[in-house]
Design a protein around this ligand. Structure first.
Ligand code: NDP
Length: 331
């Protein structure tokens, strides 16, 4: 028998803790894949909050296990790429959306989606990083590729107390960048300063419609928020600056002007973690192993069991979570 969270879309959308036999799980919820993984940890990302609560149609099967991330050990493999005992992790590729995901004690997945976990990072820490942290690193690497260096000027991080924002703030600060963190949580300024932010800004200064061109300030931006916030950050990028846009916590819209693009030569760089090619993932995880302060990562991480993940999904959607939550699927 195994424990799992299960989303059923009919007759009414629900996500609940269940126990079922592994054989039934493979037959009913995870019929394909060439590697079986015993899951140690998963996590709750923004997308998992959407799946757990049914807030947005991210689950595209009638029934499945949510969880876009997992870390664990290979139990059996029909692929030559992995063998029993390998310590692996998985981010995205549609697990938790079109294929059963990480919020279960077992997973059957495709070998092309798996990667070996860097030895410097524990299974639990890899899920404290999760898609949120790996996306934060993709954003940092996009800024680096565009020539943004620690001496280039201030970097703005939006949605800063969230998963992507917290890890982006921590990473950039430790890499020597001067970070201005944007948050709507007045109570969390100390948390962001502790992660290394030089300054904390209230999100109300950025989330309303603004002028097409504003005072130039940012050398780079990591934006997890979208909508007017993204438009305003584009309008206030310095000449040649870059925004790495990965999220939509404020909205999917982008009510912006072309003015900063054609007058200041700014770059808007879209970041996708789900289908990023393996080479990009491996480079991001290598850089995480090199640059992420794991003690500070531990300090921004809380842990729950499978049942607790249900409430975390609700709290995340209400904007009431700071930092990262890992799920011990065996607790
Ligand atoms: P979290 O829920 O952990 O964090 C989102 C943060 O955004 C919140 O903590 C809050 O930070 C801020 N926020 C929430 N609502 C609003 C609002 N209405 N206006 C402005 N800010 C708001 O989510 P994640 O960090 O995991 O993900 C952030 C975004 O990035 C999501 O939209 C997610 O879908 C996306 N994402 C995209 C990926 C990709 O591949 N492109 C991968 C991973 C995530 P605060 O209170 O500090 O302001």
């Amino acid at each position: 028998m195994m424990k799992l969270l299960r989303v059923d879309k009919e007759p009414t959308y629900q996500c609940a803790l269940q126990e079922m036999s592994t054989a039934d799980f493979f037959e009913q919820l995870s019929p394909d894949g060439d590697v079986v993984v015993q899951v140690d940890y998963s996590t709750v990302n923004y997308k998992d909050g959407l799946a757990i609560t049914g807030t947005s149609p991210v689950v595209r099967k009638p029934s499945l296990v949510p969880g876009i991330d997992l870390a664990g050990k290979v139990v059996s493999s029909a692929s030559t790429k992995f063998k029993a005992g390998d310590e692996v992790l998985l981010n995205g590729w549609g697990v938790g959306e079109t294929h059963s995901g990480g919020l279960a004690q077992m997973a059957r997945v495709h070998s092309d989606w798996l990667q070996l976990r860097p030895t410097a990072i524990s299974a639990k820490q890899s899920m404290a990083i999760g898609t949120a942290g790996y996306t934060a690193m993709l954003c940092v690497q996009a800024l680096q590729r565009g020539g943004v260096e620690p001496g280039s000027g201030e970097i703005l991080v939006t949605g800063a107390t969230g998963g992507v924002g917290s890890i982006a703030t921590l990473l950039l600060s430790d890499m020597g960048y001067s970070v201005v963190a944007v948050t709507g949580k007045a109570s969390e300024h100390g948390y962001l300063k502790n992660l290394g932010a030089q300054e904390v800004m209230d999100r109300c200064l950025l989330n309303e419609p603004g002028k097409a061109l504003q005072k130039e300030r940012w050398a780079g931006v990591v934006d997890a928020v979208g909508s007017h916030t993204l438009a305003n950050t584009c309008a206030s990028l310095r000449y040649g600056g870059i925004v790495a846009a990965c999220g939509l916590a404020q909205g999917l819209d982008f009510p912006a002007s072309v003015a900063p693009f054609i007058l200041r030569g700014i770059t808007l760089c879209g970041i996708d973690s789900v289908k990023a090619p393996m080479a990009k993932r491996e480079s991001a995880w290598l850089a995480l192993a090199q640059h992420l302060n794991l003690d500070k990562l531990d300090s921004l991480t809380t842990e729950v069991g499978l049942a607790g993940a249900l409430q975390v999904g609700v709290d995340l959607m209400a904007g009431n979570i700071t930092g990262r939550v890992v799920v011990d699927v065996n607790a």
